[in-house]
Each structure stands twice: as C-alpha cells, then as structure tokens.
Ligand binder design. Sequence first.
Ligand SMILES: Nc1ncnc2c1ncn2[C@@H]1O[C@H](COP(=O)(O)OP(=O)(O)OP(=O)(O)O)[C@@H](O)[C@H]1O
Ligand SMILES: [Mg+2]
Length: 320
Amino acid sequence: MSQRSGFGMRPAPNGAPEEEAPSSGAPPLPPDASVDLAKERADSQVDGVLDALDAELVGLAPVKTRIREIAALLLIDRVRARFGIDSARPNLHMSFTGSPGTGKTTVALRLAELLHRLGYVRKGHLVSVTRDDLVGQYVGHTAPKTKEVLKRAMGGVLFIDEAYYLYRAENERDYGQEAIEILLQVMENQRDDLVVVLAGYKDRMDSFFASNPGMSSRIAHHIDFPDYDTAELEAIGHLMLAREGYRLAPETEQIFRDYLERRQAQPRFANARSVRNAIERARLRHANRLLAGSATVDRAALTTLLPDDFLASRVFGVRP
Ligand SMILES: Nc1ncnc2c1ncn2[C@@H]1O[C@H](COP(=O)(O)OP(=O)(O)OP(=O)(O)O)[C@@H](O)[C@H]1O
Ligand SMILES: [Mg+2]
C-alpha cells in the first residue's frame, strides 16, 4: 500500500499544485488501509515546534499538555481525512489568561507555527493587537479598522491582548461593541483560516465572558497561565542567562534568589518579564564594572555576573 501521497503534495486534477488542504482531490484510502502514524507525525514536523516549546519555556506543564493535545487532534484529523472520514474542523479559538510575563505571547507564537505545520492555517503568523488597533475614535472608523486587522491576520493567529477593553459595560454605545460583533462573525464563519486568541487577566476575562456570552461560546479552549514560583523564576533566569552567554558566579546564586523573592513581593511584578529586565540591568552594571576596573578582561570576566551586579538594584533598598 503506497503511503507516499503525502499531505497537500499531490497535484490537483487540473495539474495545479494543491494548497494546504490535505488529501482533498486525492481519492480516499480504502477502508482496509493503514497509515503509519509515526511517519505522519515526522512529516508534519510538529515535534520540532513542541520540542521548542518545551525547551524555551520553564514549567507551564498544563499549557504544554493542552498544546500537545491540540496537535494530536489535528494530526489525527488529517489522517481521518485521508480515509475520507468527514468531520467539522475543530474550533480552535482560545483564551489565554494570566498575569503579565507568564508566557502568553510566546505560546501564541508557537501555536501559530504549529497550526501552520498541521495545515490548519495557511501562513502561521501572529498578529498581536489591543483595543486601539481595532476600535476607532469616531463613528464609522471601527469597522474598517477591525476588518483591516482581520485581513492582516487571515491565515494565522490574531492575538488580542487585554481583550476585555473591547467591552465597556458603562457605555453601551461604545465603539468596542462594533468590533466585537465583527469579530464574532469572523470567528464563526472564517474559522478555517484564522484562530483568535483573547488574552488578559483571568478575573477581567471572566467578567468579559459573562457579559459577552456570544464570545464565550466561540472559545473552545480556556488556557490559564499561572504565576511562576521563585524556583521557576530562577530556572527561567538561568535559561535566559545561558542563552545570552552569561553565568552567575557561585556566590551570586543566592543573591539572585533573594532578588527574585523581593521583586515578587513588589508592585508591578511581571513574572518572567521582570526576570528578563533584572538580567538586562545586571548586564549594564557588569559592563560598567568591567570598564571601570582593570585594563584587561578574560572570557570568565566577560561572562560572569557578580553579586554586586544585582545588589546595586533598588530591590535591595539603599545600601549603607
Ligand atoms: N516559562 C518561561 N520560561 C522561560 N521564559 C519565559 C517563560 N515565560 C515567559 N518567558 C519569557 O518572558 C518574556 C515575557 O513573556 P511573554 O511576552 O510571552 O509573556 P506574556 O504573558 O505575553 O506577557 P504580557 O502579558 O506582559 O504581554 C519573554 O521574553 C519570554 O520568552
Ligand atoms: Mg504578551
């Protein structure tokens, strides 16, 4: 039994190469055929994306599990389609709830790539917007703005950050309502080539959905991104440092932990984003320290962050 027809590679009857749509045009496999799932999986190159997700993000086990489940569903759907088994395309609109810096944008980027590799969307790009990109200031401005964004996002993922700002309960004539209605239509009718991800804080998203049941019912996956604990923040820091070619001196390790604990307790703490910012500032101090110090440096000096590179932070208060 030949299984080499692949997905989307077989010329359509008129000789034009088929687009992403798997197997349409190709005759369905006979009922007694069997398909090598490992090969299907390898052909889709989906593992590359899943592995990247695992490697670049610390923790987030439930998020990673859900993304894997979605990948499995789409892969199996493709195989079913080869047998001519019809099923509706799964609805993949999602909400990503969590505090700032918990990895929502990063996961959305990987999701877009994954959906592309599995043939769910044509291009696999991410268009990230907020209320201001969708909603106009004057009557008649909102619809063209929203449609323009939707046009840009077609074939990929539309990521709407702090989506609840689209809805203003206190003002029923708010133009945001118009954007919501256009989104609802497209989410229903064009979901074969666009996935919408609504992102934001969990409590505000919950009340947004409570006030907008139409939106709520179009969201198939509610994925929650919990805050990181100190150990996870530390691991995230080490991952970022390693990627940038830095390391902590052994005596810096505890200082870095102290830094994270203090920072977590402060206002405007933004999880992994705060870790990234802390490292950026430590790099500044490190560079200044080197330039202010001896005339020569070696590789170790260039790559090693010392306690003072963190201790000078305001997080530790004014030092005596
Ligand atoms: N679990 C993680 N492991 C490693 N790095 C992470 C993790 N989560 C987030 N980051 C990093 O932290 C930074 C912020 O992440 P991201 O932009 O995805 O968060 P976000 O939830 O979209 O935040 P915001 O709500 O502020 O937009 C990025 O540089 C990202 O790579
Ligand atoms: Mg973000």
